[in-house]
Design a protein around this ligand. Structure first.
Ligand SMILES: Cc1cc2nc3c(=O)[nH]c(=O)nc-3n(C[C@H](O)[C@H](O)[C@H](O)COP(=O)(O)O)c2cc1C
Length: 216
C-alpha cells in the first residue's frame, strides 16, 4: 500500500489587530487542505472579532475546537485550539514544533513582544520556538501609520528569520469584492506556508491587460 504523505502541521494565531477576516479565511483554507492546524487566539482577538464581525469566539479550548471544526467542516482531529497558557501543548516546545506558524492578523503589541524575545503567553512562546528552531514564521502585521519602533521591530524579526507579510492587497487583478481583497492576501500567505490553493489567478498564467487597453 502506498504511504500517504504526512499532513503538514501549521500553527495559526489570531491577535487583536484589525483584520480577522484574513485569519478566518486562512483557517478555512488550511482546513480545506490536508493540513493539521493548531489554533491560538488572544483575548484581544476575541474583542476584535466581536467588534468587526459580530462573532463571539469561545474562550474554552474544547468549545473553540468544536466551534471552528463545525464552522469549517474540519476532519476529525484536524484542528486543535490551545489555551493561552497551555504549556503542555506541542507548540510550547522546540521538541515538537509545527512545520510553520502564521500570526494573522498580528498586532504591533505581539510584534513588539516577539522582537524582544518575550514568551509570556502561548502565542509568543510558539513564535519564539519557531524562530529558535529556524522554522517558517509568518507575521501579518496590521497598523497604520507605522512608527519607527514598529519598523525596527519588523526589521529585527525579519533578520531573525520571520517573514513580514503586511495585508496589502494588489488591485491589478480587478477585485470585485472585499472577499477578493481578502483572498489576495490569504493566497500570498498560503504560498509562503507551502499550502496549495486556487485563490485567484497567478500573474502570467492568464491573459491580463489593463482595462483601458481592453476597451480600445
Ligand atoms: C477594535 C480594535 C481594533 C484594533 N486594531 C488594532 C490594529 O489594527 N493593530 C494593532 O496593532 N492593534 C489593534 N488594536 C489594539 C490591540 O488589540 C491591543 O494592543 C492588544 O493589547 C493586542 O493584544 P494581543 O497582541 O495580545 O492580541 C485594536 C483593538 C481593538 C479593540
Amino acid at each position: 500500500m502506498p504511504l500517504m504523505p504526512a499532513p503538514r502541521t501549521v500553527t495559526l494565531a489570531f491577535t487583536g489587530a484589525s483584520g480577522l477576516p484574513y485569519g478566518l479565511r486562512l483557517l478555512e483554507c488550511l482546513l480545506a487542505s490536508p493540513t493539521r492546524v493548531y489554533l491560538l487566539y488572544s483575548p484581544a482577538a476575541q474583542i476584535v472579532a466581536r467588534q468587526e464581525l459580530d462573532l463571539t469566539l469561545p474562550t474554552q479550548p474544547a468549545a473553540a475546537t468544536a466551534f471552528f471544526a463545525e464552522r469549517y467542516a474540519a476532519q476529525p482531529g484536524q484542528l486543535t485550539v490551545f489555551g493561552r497558557e497551555d504549556w503542555y501543548s506541542p507548540v510550547a516546545s522546540g521538541s515538537n514544533p509545527a512545520d510553520a506558524m502564521a500570526i494573522c492578523p498580528c498586532s504591533v503589541g505581539t510584534l513588539g513582544a516577539l522582537a524582544c524575545g518575550l514568551a509570556d503567553n502561548l502565542i509568543e512562546r510558539a513564535a519564539d520556538v519557531m524562530l529558535k528552531e529556524r522554522r517558517p514564521l509568518l507575521l501579518v502585521p496590521r497598523e497604520t501609520p507605522l512608527s519607527a519602533i514598529h519598523l525596527e521591530n519588523m526589521l529585527k524579526l525579519a533578520r531573525a528569520g520571520a517573514v513580514i507579510l503586511p495585508p496589502a492587497p494588489g488591485f491589478y487583478g480587478h477585485p470585485q469584492s472585499i472577499g477578493d481583497l481578502v483572498d489576495f492576501v490569504v493566497a500570498r500567505i498560503l504560498d509562503q506556508l507551502g499550502v496549495g490553493h486556487t485563490l485567484g489567478p497567478r500573474w502570467g498564467a492568464t491573459k491580463s491587460v489593463p482595462r483601458s487597453i481592453e476597451r480600445t
